[in-house]
Write a protein of this length. Structure first.
Length: 544
């Protein structure tokens, strides 16, 4: 539902009528709007694809055509609103916004009755350009966007809210458009690149160095600007129907990134709030996200699929800090079900210390992050939080409330010239770590610690030995050691016990101190640790 508030001037709402009431304009804006009308009359006869039918309904701006293939909007107020009948840019065309400063914002509201916007040419601005089209927005492979900030969304906002700086957007239930990028979007300075709709895909390149990139699927959101160019992006309103692309085809994911996102010294946020079974994945990350540290500025990358969503990662997430004095950044992958499979890689290694990787939740299931019900990490997946030169290894957590299948590789080594190994936790009521590798060694320091924290656990030379000794585990599909099935989560059946092989443990003790403990937070099981076969290890490392 669209929030309607009292407005003294223009009150048109594209969500409900799909047309513009150009008659409701005050005398104070006659000169500006008259100039805009002349410009749009000229453009409609000369250009078929550039934005057409523009009417200024807030602030001050004029529309002109300095050349046959160019539309130029000169904005004289800090905020301005233009209602367009259509907003398309052909491959050989340019739409340019000239604004008072890089923080100035122009809201372009597009009539959805004329279909999705197709941006195939050049969109340039020295300030921030916001595009609203409930029917959808498509940036084609030839699109080149060069602005100080971009918000492309299918949700609407009232003029009164926008002009007052209350940037609260709501999606109409009558429209299910998407925002898709196949081109190149470049954000200057420390600005925002936000693509928000019931369905969002990035297949191209988005660059926002020291800025924020937000890809979000939801029906309601707010953008807040604070001091020091800090941007807070909030999302709410669950999507209950799959979005469609510019051709009317339904999308399979709430948010998808198969392209490349670069936000060095910045923040990347992929967020989805999609009802269960509406799409295959709330978030599907098969491409690259790169947010390296710059100077003393670290980076943060967050994938959050909500309480009912599956987050699937098969691509690369890089938040390294490889220059002198830099430490790795922070990566969080959160959702109801979290899956890292195929050759997925997350790297937060740093010259002076490893960063932080949180998969499915924070340490011990505590902290502000949501906890996954089930978490799967495949055998070819690598999680790296090394100190490269001098410093301590980082922190890596793989967590779920119910079942955690961890078959992958974790490296959180101390620096080559000094520093200790990092800290790792792999936990869940049911835990399977068969065939996994955890290396927390330190060439010139102390080994780090690996914590395993299931409900009950059996330690034996083989699963058969554990079962013969009385392991009541009824479903052994998770304990194959072969990488498992990411779509069949451990703990989904009657599993209440976990299994750790003595071979797996012996190997781990060569590169880490290992702590095995049990908790009974879920109320199931008794918190037993049963050692079936002897553990023989001569080392200064400890096993508890």
């Amino acid at each position: 539902m669209y929030i309607r508030r009292h407005r003294r001037h223009q009150e048109e709402n594209f969500h409900r009528t799909g047309r513009t009431n150009f008659a409701r304009i005050t005398t104070a804006r006659v000169i500006t709007v008259f100039g805009a009308l002349l410009g749009s009359i000229f453009l409609s006869s000369a250009i078929l694809a550039n934005p057409q039918g523009g009417q200024v309904s807030g602030g001050s701006a004029t529309i002109s055509s300095p050349s046959a293939n160019t539309v130029q909007i000169n904005q004289s107020s800090d905020k301005a609103v233009i209602d367009w009948q259509s907003f398309n840019i052909a491959p050989n065309e340019t739409t340019r916004f000239v604004q008072p400063s890089s923080s100035s914002i122009i809201l372009n509201r597009i009539n959805p009755a004329n279909g999705a916007s197709n941006i195939l040419g050049m969109l340039k601005a020295n300030g921030q350009v916001w595009l609203v089209n409930p029917a959808g927005i498509f940036f084609g492979a030839s699109a080149r966007v060069d602005v100080a900030g971009l918000l492309a969304t299918t949700a609407n906002i009232s003029n009164a809210d926008f002009m007052a700086g209350n940037f609260h957007f709501m999606q109409s239930p009558d429209w299910h458009g998407s925002v898709i990028n196949e081109g190149r979007i470049t954000i200057r300075g420390e600005g925002l690149a936000a693509l928000v709709a019931p369905g969002v895909e990035n297949r191209g390149v988005i660059v926002a160095k020291m800025g924020t990139v937000a890809l979000a699927a939801g029906n309601e959101f707010t953008v807040d600007f604070y001091g020091d160019n800090l941007i807070n992006f909030g999302l709410g309103g669950q999507v209950t129907k799959a979005a469609v692309d510019q051709n009317g085809n339904p999308l399979k994911n709430g948010v998808s990134n198969s392209g490349t996102i670069i936000a060095d010294a910045g923040r990347v946020q992929l967020t989805a709030d999609v009802a269960s079974k509406v799409v295959d994945n709330a978030i599907n990350m098969s491409g690259h996200i790169i947010a390296r540290s710059a100077a003393q500025h670290g980076s943060t990358i967050i994938l959050s699929g909500g309480d009912t969503g599956t987050v699937r990662v098969t691509g690369k997430i890089i938040a390294t800090g490889k220059r002198a004095g830099q430490v790795g950044g922070t990566v969080k992958v959160l959702g109801q079900n979290v899956i890292l499979e195929k050759n997925a890689k997350i790297n937060v290694s740093g010259y002076a210390g490893g960063g932080e990787i949180l998969i499915g939740g924070n340490a011990h299931g505590a902290g502000p992050e949501m906890n996954a019900d089930y978490t799967f990490v495949g055998s070819n997946v690598s999680l790296l939080a090394n100190a490269i030169i001098k410093g301590d290894g980082g922190k890596v957590v793989v967590w779920s409330n119910n079942g955690t299948q961890f078959y992958g590789n974790i490296f959180a080594e101390g620096g080559a010239q000094g520093g200790n190994g990092g800290w790792v936790e792999t936990s869940g009521s049911n835990l399977d770590v068969s065939g996994s590798t955890v290396n927390l060694s330190a060439a010139n320091g102390t080994m780090g610690t690996w914590l395993l924290d299931p409900t009950n656990i059996w330690i034996a030379s083989s699963l058969a030995n554990a079962q013969a000794a009385g392991d009541p585990t009824s479903d052994t599909s998770a304990n194959t050691g072969s990488g498992g099935n990411p779509n069949t989560f451990a703990g989904s059946g009657a599993i209440s016990d976990s299994f750790l092989s003595t071979g797996n443990l012996d190997t781990a003790l060569g590169t880490a101190n290992v702590i095995v403990t049990t908790t009974n937070a879920s109320g199931t099981g008794t918190g037993n640790i049963t050692v079936v076969n002897p553990i023989a290890w001569a080392s200064t490392n400890s096993f508890y």
